[in-house]
Write a new protein. Structure first.
Length: 114
């Protein structure tokens, strides 16, 4: 996993991004290296390094992130289906040390994913 937290730089507007949602708890923007026709990252403003670092106090934040994924899926017209992915740590494919959801759609997905 990269040591540099690029997502904190996006939140701080030090790096430009195509933001499609922003509120007090999170930010969502188009991935610069999309793996599907629609590929959006949803990140909490709170710095949480990995999914494995969530604690009981994060339950409301986690629910909010899921509801934003639903809202964005509707906004982006992913009516035929979509995938929400959370990678955790190096072996799970996480490359940025900040919890984030990948909202992907616009093509067929298969199982197992990889």
């Amino acid at each position: 996993m990269l040591e540099d937290n690029i997502f904190l730089k996006i939140i701080a507007r030090q790096i430009p991004s195509q933001i499609i949602h922003e509120d007090d708890w999170c930010l969502a923007f188009h991935d610069v290296n999309p793996q599907a026709p629609v590929h959006v990252l949803i990140i909490p403003r709170k710095e949480i390094p990995t999914h494995g670092d969530l604690v009981d106090a994060d339950v409301e934040l986690l629910g909010h992130l899921h509801l934003i994924a639903v809202k964005l899926a509707k906004q982006l017209k992913l009516d035929d289906g979509y995938r929400v992915v959370i990678n955790c740590r190096d072996r799970g494919g996480q490359t940025v040390p900040h919890l984030h959801f990948h909202l992907m759609g616009g093509r067929d997905f298969h199982w197992p994913p990889g």
